[in-house]
Design a protein. Structure first.
Length: 157
């Protein structure tokens, strides 16, 4: 009897260790999170929405998309993309902070099974930072008093 239980437990462990992790299909994760990191810039269909900017590194091209408020005074949303050898290696968003929106995004990130998560968020904190690590990218969220920033990094960055 003990031998059968042992064999069943070992079989179950072997079976579960062979099932593929969600983390292995990084394109699915990147698509779910709404980032184009680790994808080809030349294949991106919304390139025309971005203006070419200046980069400190001559091997990297920078593109930006800036959206102002209805008065045209303040930027309410920015999206920056860095490209090296036609691959998007970094993408960053800046937008107004909404705690409920953050909680939804946090849940989505956790559903993608990160390998590690560091940092913590509480609504009372003036500044907060949390990082989610995946196979081919990591995602960092930072909150300042009124805005928050979402950064997607390729692990090859």
């Amino acid at each position: 009897m003990k031998e059968r239980v042992f064999i069943l437990i070992m079989s179950a462990l072997i079976l579960f260790s062979c099932t593929p992790s969600k983390n292995k299909n990084t394109f699915e994760i990147e698509t779910k999170l709404g980032t184009i990191v680790n994808q080809k810039w030349s294949d991106y269909r919304y390139k025309s929405h971005f203006k070419k900017g200046h980069s400190r590194d001559s091997n990297i091209e920078m593109y930006s998309r800036l959206v102002k408020d209805e008065n045209g005074e303040y930027y309410i949303f920015t999206n920056d993309i860095y490209v090296r050898n036609d691959s998007v290696i970094w993408q960053g968003y800046n937008k107004s902070f909404d705690y409920n929106e953050f909680l939804q995004f946090d849940s989505l990130l956790l559903e993608c099974n990160p390998q590690n998560v560091t940092g913590d968020f509480t609504p009372e904190d003036k500044y907060m930072k949390r990082t989610y690590y995946f196979n081919s990218l990591y995602v960092e969220i930072q909150k300042s008093p009124y805005n928050y920033h979402i950064f997607f990094y390729s692990n090859g960055f």
